[in-house]
Ligand binder design. Structure first.
Ligand code: PA5
Length: 451
């Protein structure tokens, strides 16, 4: 189970900080928000309270495991959850393992951009005959996902392979071009439930298929997520991580802390910070309040990696403006550890390292950074993973999806839409010559000034 430490949030060195009374004063609005979640389970909660979605991927386990590679094609909420699950729950060099070492599970590649160098580098490294492509798009229309689908399909056809045997779509149950093609060509599909948006979809077939393909225990992911949900709806605010995370971020935002840094002291957990970045940004960064007032609100999420960013960001966090609240992610148990050897034993400046482990150094660096920030009056909280496993990652995902929903009520915005993404998409369609989008084509003067 995850452990949460909020002590440095209530540190009295923080200028214009918050105290425990401030939390108690907001109990009512938090209770209302949680009751709302309890009474009208959001789609991302419904997912984990049913076996339907787990079963939908387990049903095709044998088909999936007949391949050696799975290439996921998607972007945003259709990719970031997959990337997070793969990198937190599999060794970071998983794709270099032999099939034996992978115990028959698949190598996983996730194509979430249309940079041709990047796409080619992935497509060049796989044997198409042994590859299944999972095209994920809720809308079935996103330009990046659709073009990478066409590229992949072009290759499949050029190699004389049957697209139907190498493709599986994950998309809306009714709408979109992927659904249409799947019906026409009898291509295997998985559903993204209508009431689950991209960035809340990691525990739907969006993330479950690649997780299962890589041998991740998806039942335990769900167990962790369910335990986080039940704790959130049953516990009072002081024993309620999702509610506290939402409330302290909101309260500090009101006090000018408009940046939320998530700093992971683990390369694996860093991918959760990446997933969080989209969730917090797209859900809470809004022009209008729920009641239609122009508010331009939102807290900018930033990801950071310890110890690397101690040598890049920490100067700013310690001494720069009072505009940040920081969340540290820590693990108490790495999969592997490395002892620092006794070399140069007479060197005074090195012998404090001899015989220590890298994990010990990293976690002491975390403690050092956290303590320095506290002494400088900067608020932070810490989330500890006793181990990075499926249960704890499932918990983390659900806590943050719930915290984002509660924060939506506090910030008074709809956390489930993203109207600000639409205009850029439409202009891109116009620039690429898509029919019906001509009016969005920028005029010459909008196209920039090159010097
Ligand atoms: O969270 C979201 O809704 C977005 O980030 C989408 O996931 C992203 O735009 C991709 O959309 P789609 O799955 O429709 O291709």
């Amino acid at each position: 189970m995850l452990k949460f430490d909020f002590a440095n949030i209530f540190n009295n060195k923080i200028p214009n900080g918050i105290n425990k009374d401030t939390i108690n004063d907001n109990k009512k609005i938090i209770e209302e928000s949680i009751n709302n979640i309890k009474n009208n389970n959001p789609g991302f909660v419904e997912l984990v309270l049913s076996r339907k979605w787990i079963d939908s991927v387990l049903d095709i386990n044998n088909f999936v495991k007949s391949f050696d590679n799975l290439v996921v094609i998607g972007i945003g909420g259709s990719a970031l959850g997959n990337i997070a699950l793969q990198n937190t729950l599999r060794p970071l060099n998983w794709n270099n393992f032999s099939k034996n070492e992978r115990k028959g599970n698949l190598r996983i590649f996730i194509i979430d951009n249309v940079d041709p160098d990047y796409v080619s580098s992935i497509l060049d490294s796989i044997d198409l005959k042994k590859t299944l492509f999972n095209v994920i798009s809720k809308s079935g229309s996103t330009a990046e996902a659709m073009s990478n689908y066409l590229v992949a399909r072009g290759l499949i056809e050029t190699c004389g392979l049957s697209p139907r045997k190498h493709l599986i779509f994950t998309t809306d149950p009714k709408k979109g071009v992927l659904r249409k093609i799947a019906k026409e060509e009898n291509i295997l599909t998985l559903e993204i439930p209508e009431n689950v948006g991209g960035r809340f979809s990691v525990l739907s077939p969006v993330g479950l298929l690649s997780a299962m393909a890589a041998g991740i225990n998806i039942e335990e992911l769900y167990d962790g997520a369910k335990s986080a949900y039940y704790r959130t709806i049953n516990e009072n605010i002081w024993n309620n991580p999702a509610a506290l995370i939402a409330l302290i971020h909101f309260l500090y935002y009101q006090k000018g802390r408009n940046i939320s840094v998530m700093m992971a002291y683990s390369n694996k957990l860093y991918y959760l910070a990446d997933w969080y970045r989209q969730l917090w940004a797209e859900s809470l960064g809004k022009a209008y309040s729920k009641d239609g007032k122009k508010i331009h609100i939102g807290q900018t999420p930033v990801k950071a990696l310890g110890a690397v960013d101690q040598h890049s960001q920490i100067q700013l966090y310690n001494e720069g403006p009072n505009d940040k609240i920081i969340t540290f992610l820590k693990t108490e148990s790495f999969d592997r550890d490395i002892k620092i050897p006794y070399i140069h034993i007479d060197e005074n400046s090195l012998n404090y390292l001899h015989g220590k482990s890298l994990s010990q150094l990293l976690n002491n660096e975390l403690l050092g950074t956290e303590t320095a920030l506290a002494q400088n009056g900067k608020p932070s909280l810490r989330i500890t993973f006793p181990k990075i496993n499926e249960f704890n990652v499932g918990e983390f995902i659900m806590y943050y999806e719930l915290a984002t929903t509660i924060a939506g009520d506090l910030f008074n915005v709809n956390p489930f839409d993203q109207p600000g993404v639409e205009l850029g998409k439409k202009i891109t369609y116009a620039l690429m010559g898509r029919n019906g989008f001509e009016e969005y084509r920028p005029s010459i003067s909008d196209e920039g000034i090159e010097i």
